[in-house]
Design a protein around this ligand. Structure first.
Ligand code: C2E
Ligand code: MG
Ligand code: MG
Length: 726
C-alpha cells in the first residue's frame, strides 16, 4: 500500500461503517474491506477483552467476527485460545512477533497486524507473508478505528433498544393471544383490524369473517343496536365506555358480557383506534339471578316478596309524587285460609296460594305489582290512577272488585275442591307525603275493616281521614314558603281597661292563602309547630310587632300602647331565643317596655328552669310576660311564684261560661283573688257581653279583651278605630 492510496481506503472504510446499523454486519463488512485494502489473508475481531493476567500466556477469547479463514469463521460467537500478549498488545514489536506467531493455533500464517479498536476490542489480521507496505498501518488506521468504535457503541445501543421492543411486542402479542377476554381492535373508522383467539372462541366468528368488514362492527354483534349506537356516540365524546351488554353469537345464541371500549388517541387528540375488551359473564349472571330470586321472590308463588314489594312501592311513590298521579295499595287476605290449611293439610293450602297468585297476576296490568307478603296475605300496587282523587278511588275499587271476583269461587286443588273468598283493603297514595309503611298499614287496616264487615268485601282506608291527611300535607307544603311569599298578615285586637281606656292590643296572626283565603291560626299554627316552621314564623311576627311599636312612637295617641305577642312552645325552646329577640329589638329599635310576650302554662312547664332563665334575661331588657289561657293547664301555684310574670290572662273558656257554670264563676273569682295576692295584673280574654264584663269588674278584673270591645282587625282598621275613640 502506497501513501497516496490511503485516502480512498479511509473513505471506503468510513462509508462501510456508515452503512451498517447492526453490529454483526458492521464488523464483518469492515473486516472484509480491511483485508481487501491491506492484502492480509484473514482477520478476526474480539470485543470486550478483559485485561489479561501476565502469567496467562494463552487465554480463551470470544470471536465476534471473522473473515477469510474457514477454521476461524466456524468459531464466530465461540472462543479461541490465543496468546494474551497478542490480544492486549503487550509485546515488543521487533523481538517478540515471531514467538507470538508460533503460539497461534494455526502455524501457516507468517505475519500479523494488531489494530486496537480504542478500548472496545481488537482486530487481528493474519497473512501468509508480510504484505508489502512501508506505511505504519496502526497509526494510519487509527482515526477510522475510532470511528468504528463509535459505530460499535451505537449499534449496541440500537440493538438493545430493538431487542427490548421485540421482547415487549412478543409479550403483548402473547397476552393478546392468550387472554381469556375477547379483544377486538378497530381503526379510526371503526373498522376491525384485529381480533384475538378468545374473541373467536366467544363470538364464534373467526378472524377473517370479522376483520375489515362493516364500520363500527366492534359493536355490531351487540344485540340492541340502539344501545350500541349510544355506546359509539359516548365513545366519541368520552373515549371510554364500560358496562354490561348482550352479544349474539354467530350461531344466534345470546350471552351477556362485561365490555370495556376505549378510544386510543393520537398526538392530535383524535382517535386512531378503538379497542373493545369483553368477558363472558353468563355464569355470574346466573348466580346473580339465583340470589336475586331467593332474596326478592317468594319461592312458593314466585311473586315478589315483602322486600321487593317495599322497594317497588317506594319507587312507585316517587314516580307518583313527580307525576302528581294517584296510586293504590290493595291488601288482600284470604278468608278462612287457616281452616283449609288445618283440615286439608299444608300442601293443599300451598296449591291454593299458587292458584291465587296466578289469578291475581291475570287480573291486573303488567305494570302493576303483585306480591305475596307471607301466609295468605297478598299486596297489589296500582299505579297511574290519574290526578283526580275521586277518579283514582273509583278505578282502584273497580280493579279490587275484579280481583275479588277472580279470587272468589271454586278452586281445584289436587283431588280436593275448595271455595275461597278474599277480603280486600284499599289505601290510596299520592306523593311522598306518606311513608311506605304507613300506606301498607292503612291498606291493612282497611282490609281488617272489610273482614269485620263480613268478609268477601272491599273497604277503603277511611276516606275522610285520608283526605284530611292529604290536605294537611298540602298545607304544610304551602306553609314552607309563606314568609317569602308575603302571605302572613297581623291582626290587632284591643285590650282595654274598665273605663274603656285603650292600653294595647294582642297581635294575632292570619294567613292570606292565595286559594283558601284567610286562614285562622288554629288551622296552621299546630302544623307549623310540627314542621318547625313556627320558629321563623314566630320571629317574623315578633319583628313586625316591634316595627309597629317603632312606628307608633311618633304618634302621641299610640306611643304608650303595649303589644302582646304570642310565643309558641317550640319557638321559646330554641337555645338562642333570647339572643334572637334581642337581635330584633336592636334591629327595630322598638321600646321593649311596650312589648309583652304571651306564654302558655304548658310552654313554661316543659322546662321550668330554662323558662325562668330566659324570662329573667328578657325581663332585664324591659320585656314583660303574660300567661295566656290561664286555668287550662296544670296551674301549679308553686312555680307561678318563681316566674317573673306581669300578668295572668284568664282563658276565654271560663269567661264564656260565666253565666251558665257556677263552677267557672268560682274559678274566675279564685284566679282574680290569686293575682291580687301575688301582685300580678289580670286580664280576661273572650269578653263578649256586658254581663261578663260586669261580673269580671265586680270581682276585681279591670282589663279586658274580647269582641265586646273589638274583634281582631288589620292594622289600618285598628288605627282608624283608635282615632275615633280618642
Ligand atoms: P290566644 O292567644 O288565646 O288568642 C285569643 C284568641 O281568641 C284569638 O283567636 C282571638 O281572635 C280570639 N278571641 C278574642 N276575643 C274573642 C271573643 O270575644 N270571643 C271569641 N269567641 N274569641 C275571641 P285567634 O286569632 O284565632 O288565635 C287563636 C290562637 O292562635 C291564639 O290564641 C294563639 O294561641 C294562636 N296564635 C295567634 N297568633 C299567633 C302568633 O303570632 N304566634 C303564635 N305562636 N300563636 C298565635
Ligand atoms: Mg294569646
Ligand atoms: Mg288565649
Amino acid at each position: 500500500m502506497k501513501r497516496d492510496d490511503i485516502l480512498p481506503v479511509l473513505y471506503d472504510l468510513s462509508v462501510t461503517i456508515g452503512r451498517e446499523t447492526k453490529l454483526k454486519p458492521l464488523l464483518t463488512r469492515f473486516l472484509q474491506r480491511l483485508l481487501y485494502h491491506t492484502s492480509y489473508a484473514c482477520g478476526f475481531i474480539c470485543l470486550d477483552i478483559e485485561s489479561c493476567n501476565a502469567n496467562d500466556e494463552l487465554t480463551a477469547y470470544k470471536i465476534d467476527a471473522a473473515v477469510g479463514d474457514f477454521e476461524i469463521i466456524s468459531l464466530i460467537g465461540k472462543t479461541m485460545v490465543l496468546p494474551c500478549k497478542l490480544i492486549h498488545g503487550i509485546y515488543d514489536q521487533e523481538n517478540e512477533q515471531p514467538s507470538l506467531l508460533q503460539k497461534l493455533p494455526f502455524s501457516y500464517y507468517q505475519d500479523f497486524l494488531r489494530l486496537p479498536i480504542e478500548n472496545i476490542g481488537v482486530i487481528i489480521l493474519l497473512s501468509f507473508k508480510r504484505p508489502e507496505t512501508n506505511l505504519p498501518l496502526q497509526i494510519v488506521f487509527q482515526p477510522i478505528l475510532a470511528h468504528l468504535a463509535k459505530a460499535i457503541k451505537l449499534c449496541r445501543v440500537n440493538e438493545a433498544y430493538t431487542d427490548e421492543l421485540l421482547h415487549h411486542r412478543l409479550l403483548l402479542s402473547k397476552v393478546f393471544d392468550s387472554s381469556y377476554s375477547g379483544v377486538a381492535i378497530a381503526d379510526a373508522d371503526g373498522l376491525t383490524i384485529e381480533v384475538n383467539p378468545a374473541f373467536t372462541r366467544l363470538t364464534g366468528y373467526n378472524k377473517d369473517e370479522f376483520v375489515g368488514t362493516k364500520p363500527q362492527n366492534l359493536l355490531n354483534i351487540i344485540e340492541d343496536q340502539e344501545f350500541a349506537k349510544n355506546i359509539w356516540n359516548l365513545l366519541k365524546s368520552k373515549n371510554h365506555w364500560e358496562g354490561e351488554a348482550w352479544i349474539r353469537r354467530k350461531g344466534g345464541e345470546l350471552f351477556p358480557v362485561w365490555q370495556l371500549v376505549n378510544s386510543i388517541l393520537g398526538d392530535n387528540g383524535k382517535a386512531t383506534n378503538y379497542v373493545s375488551i369483553f368477558s363472558d359473564i353468563s355464569e355470574q349472571k346466573k348466580a346473580e339471578t339465583k340470589i336475586h330470586q331467593l332474596v326478592y321472590f317468594d319461592t312458593l308463588t314466585e311473586l315478589p316478596n315483602r322486600r321487593l314489594l317495599i322497594d317497588k312501592l317506594r319507587q312507585a311513590m316517587t314516580i307518583v309524587a313527580r307525576t302528581k298521579n294517584h296510586g293504590a295499595v290493595l291488601f288482600i287476605d284470604l278468608d278462612d285460609f287457616k281452616t283449609l290449611n288445618d283440615t286439608k293439610g299444608h300442601w293443599v293450602g300451598d296449591l291454593l296460594l299458587i292458584e291465587v297468585a296466578k289469578r291475581l297476576s291475570a287480573s291486573v296490568r303488567k305494570a302493576d305489582i303483585v306480591s305475596r307478603l307471607g301466609g295468605d296475605e297478598f299486596v297489589v300496587v296500582l299505579q297511574n290512577l290519574g290526578k283526580d282523587a275521586t277518579e283514582a278511588a273509583k278505578q282502584a275499587e273497580y280493579i279490587a272488585e275484579k280481583i275479588r271476583k277472580a279470587l272468589s269461587g271454586k278452586y281445584v286443588l289436587g283431588k280436593y275442591e275448595s271455595n275461597s273468598t278474599p277480603s280486600i283493603g284499599i289505601a290510596l297514595f299520592q306523593g311522598e307525603n306518606q311513608s311506605v309503611d304507613i300506606v301498607l298499614k292503612h291498606a291493612d287496616t282497611a282490609m281488617y275493616q272489610s273482614k269485620r264487615a263480613g268478609r268477601n268485601t272491599i273497604r277503603f282506608f277511611d276516606k275522610e281521614m285520608q283526605t284530611l291527611l292529604e290536605e294537611r300535607q298540602r298545607l304544610a307544603d304551602d306553609l314552607e314558603q309563606v314568609i317569602e311569599k308575603n302571605e302572613l298578615i297581623l291582626y290587632f285586637q284591643k285590650q282595654v281597661t274598665n273605663d274603656n281606656h285603650l292600653i294595647g292590643a294582642e297581635v294575632l296572626l292570619r294567613w292570606k292563602h292565595p286559594k283558601r283565603g284567610l286562614i285562622a291560626p288554629g288551622n296552621f299554627i299546630p302544623l307549623a309547630e310540627e314542621t318547625g316552621k313556627i320558629i321563623s314564623i314566630g320571629m317574623w311576627v315578633l319583628k313586625q310587632a316591634c316595627l309597629q311599636l317603632k312606628t307608633w312612637e311618633s304618634s302621641p295617641q299610640m306611643k304608650n300602647l303595649t303589644l302582646a305577642v304570642n310565643v309558641s312552645a317550640k319557638q321559646f325552646r330554641i337555645p338562642d331565643f333570647v339572643d334572637q329577640v334581642q337581635g330584633i329589638l336592636l334591629e327595630t329599635k322598638a321600646n321593649p317596655s311596650n312589648l309583652k310576650l304571651e306564654l302558655t302554662e304548658s310552654t313554661i312547664l316543659e322546662n321550668v328552669e330554662d323558662a325562668i332563665l330566659k324570662m329573667n334575661q328578657l325581663k332585664q331588657y324591659g320585656i314583660s310576660f303574660s300567661m295566656d289561657d290561664f286555668g287550662t293547664g296544670y296551674s301549679s301555684l308553686q312555680y307561678l311564684k318563681l316566674l317573673p310574670l306581669k300578668q295572668l290572662k284568664i282563658d276565654q273558656g271560663f269567661v264564656r261560661d260565666l253565666s251558665i257554670s257556677s263552677n267557672d264563676a268560682v274559678i274566675v273569682q279564685t284566679i282574680i283573688a290569686m293575682t291580687k295576692a301575688m301582685k300580678l295584673e289580670v286580664i280576661a280574654e273572650g269578653v263578649e257581653t256586658e254581663a261578663q264584663r260586669d261580673f269580671l269588674e265586680i270581682h276585681g278584673c279591670h282589663n279586658f279583651q274580647g269582641y265586646l270591645f273589638g274583634k281582631p282587625v288589620p292594622i289600618e282598621e285598628f288605627e282608624r278605630n283608635c282615632q275615633i275613640q280618642h
